[in-house]
Design a protein around this ligand. Structure first.
Ligand code: CP
Ligand code: NVA
Length: 335
């Protein structure tokens, strides 16, 4: 059984059919939830949620998903436990694994989430590291499937900071699924070669086209999905000035959208800076004179903007991931 007991540390942990299965299972679980049909596949389990960085969606999604599956979630924030400070990651993994049935981890280091998986003996789910955001991908491509009904013939363009966790994961996931993918970013913020090579290898098998460019205006042509993320990720807050200067041409605004396909949606993993109703938004407006960063409110509030659907789908998809890897379900071999 390929899913049972498995961790989800990067999107490459699953093959194309398995990723498609998780997406379809998430759509099914969404239907069960909407129709009040119980689905307590993890009844009696305990799930630890380790967060070294802040979160709204991921924390809420894991908590509600665990409750709906019949498991008890326990939040362990960075100030609450010793992880890495007074106790090694390995020792912490052994202890938590002896008490909990599954662990979620959000923090900086991909190596830490891997170490937790290696030593805990239970499934570990990556809730975001500096390198990747795999659970976000299942919810995002679920949203794309809901919108278009298929992945065939689609082109996804990501505009902005091309070497952050979300860009890395989108590049690889689209290539796995056979969706054409373009990362449009300034050269200084292009994806690392390792991700590009990995995506190209998947693209050879799936038939998708992978493109890395700094020419956002050309890239956006015929896009079915235009995706952006914050210019400054968690932990990089000292870079606001440099990013505002480099990334302003990559802002998703009405002028940029003049070339997209008619069959088009805008996506954002959230949180987003599209106005000055946040502390960061206010500071950036005061210091650098721009009131909207990676996306304008006009785009964010349009009908084709699907960021809140994506947000809801985080819950259904995280539920699918936890149930598939820890729920003793019969899942045929999808190799
Ligand atoms: N998209 C996402 O991971 O949101 P949070 O940071 O709120 O969890
Ligand atoms: N790239 C963003 C994603 C937040 C969900 C960050 O790491 O802050």
């Amino acid at each position: 059984m390929h899913f049972q007991g498995k961790s989800f540390l990067t999107i490459s942990d699953f093959n194309k059919k398995e990723v498609e299965y998780l997406i379809d299972f998430a759509i099914h679980l969404k239907q069960l939830k909407k129709n009040n049909i119980p689905h307590q596949y993890l009844k009696g389990q305990n799930i630890a949620l380790l967060f070294e960085k802040s979160s709204t969606r991921t924390r809420a999604a894991f908590t509600v998903a665990a409750n709906d599956l019949g498991a008890a979630p326990e939040f362990l924030g960075s100030g609450d436990i010793q992880l890495g400070k007074k106790e090694s990651v390995t020792d912490t993994a052994k202890i938590l694994g002896s008490m909990f049935d599954g662990l979620e981890y959000r923090g900086q280091s991909q190596a830490v989430v891997e170490e937790l998986a290696e030593h805990s003996g239970v499934p570990v789910w990556n809730g975001l590291t500096d390198a990747s955001h795999p659970t976000q991908m299942i919810g995002d491509f679920m949203t794309i499937k809901e919108e278009f009904g298929t992945f065939d013939g689609l082109k996804l363009v990501y505009s902005g900071d091309g070497r952050n966790n979300v860009a890395n994961s989108l590049l690889v996931t689209a290539a796995i699924l056979g969706i054409d993918v373009t990362i449009a970013a300034p050269e200084s913020l292009s994806p690392e070669d390792a991700y590009v090579t990995l995506a190209q290898e998947y693209a050879k098998k799936s038939g998708s086209a992978v493109e890395i460019t700094s020419d956002i205006k050309a890239a956006v042509k015929d896009a079915n999905v235009l995706y952006t993320d914050v210019w400054v990720s968690m932990g990089e807050e000292e870079h606001f000035e440099e990013r505002v200067n480099t990334l302003l041409p990559y802002q998703v605004n009405k002028a940029l959208l003049s070339e997209v396909s008619e069959n088009f949606i805008f996506m954002h993993c959230l949180p987003a800076f599209h106005d000055t109703n946040t502390e960061y938004g206010k500071n950036v407006a005061e210091e650098f004179g721009i009131e909207e960063m990676e996306v304008t409110s006009e785009v964010f509030e349009a009908d084709y903007a699907k960021q809140f659907e994506q947000g809801e789908n985080r819950m259904h998809s995280i539920k699918a991931i936890m149930a598939a890897t820890n729920g003793s379900l019969f899942i045929p071999d999808l190799n």
